[in-house]
Design a protein around this ligand. Structure first.
Ligand code: SF4
Ligand code: SF4
Length: 191
């Protein structure tokens, strides 16, 4: 039996799934790709980024498809929803999972097995283009590379390797003394 609160939550998830699915480019499908199940954290299972989800059947899909967490149900990577990204951007080929975020930020999750993939052509040029477009809209609108816990901020003119960011830390952006912005990791305030 589902109570009223549970039913409302189910409806909200169903609507979010429908909205997400409507954004998928016609004809595009995950197929044999399962890279997001490795590179992105899954909070429901305390799965860290950069390690395979225990439920992933690599090259096939989700082993708990019918009961997978809501976050997994509504997730589609940028390649699935952005028509201009060609077949070379399919994550199982590029080893990169691009994810647009709030405020126009872009995060590119890199397979830790190929940590330099984002620096290869044509990916690096496109990542730099995203960075330039973002900085024109807002100086703090950035592209972030994530390789497991490691974070690299890509600015139009340089990259800032912030190093590993732990669960008790976060990335902070601030105006640089000589112009532009700087990025650093800082400790989360104690609760
Ligand atoms: S990374 Fe993208 S294409 Fe690959 S399984 Fe995830 S959503 Fe599908
Ligand atoms: S629960 Fe399924 S869809 Fe979600 S990360 Fe694990 S394998 Fe992927």
């Amino acid at each position: 039996m589902t109570d009223a609160a549970g039913s409302t939550q189910d409806n909200a998830v169903a609507e979010a799934i429908a909205r997400a699915a409507a954004r998928v480019v016609p004809g595009r499908a995950c197929g044999t790709c399962t890279l997001c199940c490795k590179v992105i954290a899954v909070t429901d299972f305390d799965k860290p980024p950069g390690t395979w989800c225990a439920h992933c059947v690599r090259g096939n899909g989700c082993g708990i498809y019918q009961t997978r967490p809501a976050d997994c149900r509504i997730f589609f990577c940028h390649w699935m929803t952005e028509k201009s990204l060609g077949p070379e951007w399919k994550p199982e080929k590029s080893k990169l999972v691009a994810v647009p975020g709030e405020g126009g930020h872009m995060t590119v999750f890199v397979d830790p097995g190929t940590p330099g993939a984002w620096r290869q052509s044509p990916y690096f040029e496109t990542i730099k283009h995203w960075s330039l477009e973002g900085s024109r809209a807002s100086p703090t609108r950035i592209v972030t590379i994530r390789i497991a816990a490691r974070v690299i901020v890509v600015l139009p003119d340089r990259e800032i390797d912030v190093g590993n960011i732990g669960a008790d830390e976060f990335l902070q952006l601030a105006p640089a003394p000589g112009g532009g912005i700087e990025a650093r990791k800082v400790q989360r305030p104690q609760a």
